[in-house]
Design a protein around this ligand. Structure first.
Ligand code: AHG
Ligand code: MN
Ligand code: MN
Length: 327
């Protein structure tokens, strides 16, 4: 695999032809989304839809459009059996003869649409358990992250980049705006083992557990040997924050509030895919107690706390959370 190779040539070399077809469909759909996001201010796509989704959140026009685009392209790929998304309350059967299911956040960070900050599309691909020819069932989607066949995200930032794992490391492909094709730009991504960036909505600090507060105090305490204070960077789009930390080293945290067990982010189409990518790049991801990829999902829109990124920081925050560490 050489830098500069076309994504389609990478797929042509894949042994799993059906999965390759599905990924090609995802990539084609996200090229359309990328164009829409890049030109959002010139198209009638900005602003809210005046509706709320199943989770009671305001739906932006682009949330809805990107969801429809993804479904159309997945249908054309012919290998996708079913689809679950942040924007759909129930599962959608795409093709009863398909092999795979897709769980997606069609547009992550949608509150950043209007300010041209990075946003993206997150996806997780599972192999269905139910028999081909019949309906897809809940259990096809509610699989542990460690069983996923592929996962990744398309980030629409200063470049559009597809970051992908099929369980053999992580590669990233940048969209060339001249010919509208993805090319391998970041082969074999490894997250730095020692990160120096922490990303968290610190405005919520009063709601955090004491262990997490202590960890944040640790991050901002001066210590030359461990290069502290670390830098706080928070875009407010998980995809943007995790992508930066993946390349530069760091931790992204969205905790559960004090006394609660679940956070804000969704297990199936946010936490699991980002954790699969991060682990494949040599990092770690937990919900504060357990490895995210070991959790058994119980519902499509279930939420989880997440601590994800470089080993040193995920392990360190774990020590603070267990109360075994002083600042
Ligand atoms: P979405 O736009 O798909 O609803 O996701 C938004 C998420 C995530 O991207 C981000 O990290 C988080 O919400 C930010 O939440 P806060 O504003 O509470 O910090
Ligand atoms: Mn999201
Ligand atoms: Mn979203």
């Amino acid at each position: 695999m050489t830098k500069g190779m076309k994504f389609n040539d990478y797929l042509a070399g894949a042994t799993n032809v059906k999965l390759a077809k599905l990924l090609e469909g995802m990539a084609d759909g996200c090229k359309v989304i990328s164009h829409m996001v890049n030109n959002a201010g010139l198209l009638d796509v900005l602003g809210s839809h005046d509706t709320t989704n199943v989770q009671g959140e305001e739906v932006q026009k682009l949330d809805d459009l990107t969801n429809k685009i993804l479904m159309d392209y997945l249908r054309s790929s012919e290998t996708c059996a079913g689809y679950v998304s942040e924007e759909n309350e129930h599962l959608e059967t795409i093709n009863v003869n398909g092999t795979y299911t897709v769980a997606a956040d069609p547009l992550d960070g949608s509150s950043n649409i209007e300010v041209a900050a990075p946003i993206g599309t997150i996806f997780c691909i599972n192999e269905r358990i139910s028999l081909k020819g019949g309906d897809v069932v809940e259990a096809d989607f509610l699989q542990k992250g460690k069983n996923a066949k592929a996962a990744g995200y398309f980030i629409y930032g200063s470049s559009t980049i597809l970051v992908l794992t099929v369980g053999k490391g992580v590669n990233a492909f940048t969209l060339n705006t001249k010919d509208n094709e993805f090319y391998l730009s970041h082969p074999h991504i490894h997250i730095p083992a020692k990160g120096k960036i922490y990303s968290i909505n610190q405005g919520n600090i009063e709601k955090f557990d004491d262990g997490l507060k202590d960890f944040l105090a640790h991050c901002s305490t001066v210590d030359k040997e461990s290069s502290r204070p670390y830098s706080l960077r928070y875009i407010g789009s998980m995809i943007g924050d995790i992508h930066r930390n993946l390349l530069k080293g760091g931790i992204f945290i969205y905790p559960a509030n004090k006394g609660e067990t679940k956070g804000k982010l969704r297990l199936l189409y946010e936490c699991i895919p980002m954790s699969f990518v991060t682990e494949q790049a040599g990092g770690e991801a937990t919900d504060g107690n357990e490895r995210i990829l070991d959790l058994q999902p119980t519902g499509f829109h279930e939420r989880s706390a997440i601590y994800i990124g470089s080993k040193n920081l995920v392990e360190k925050v774990g020590e603070f959370m267990r109360g075994s560490k002083a600042v």
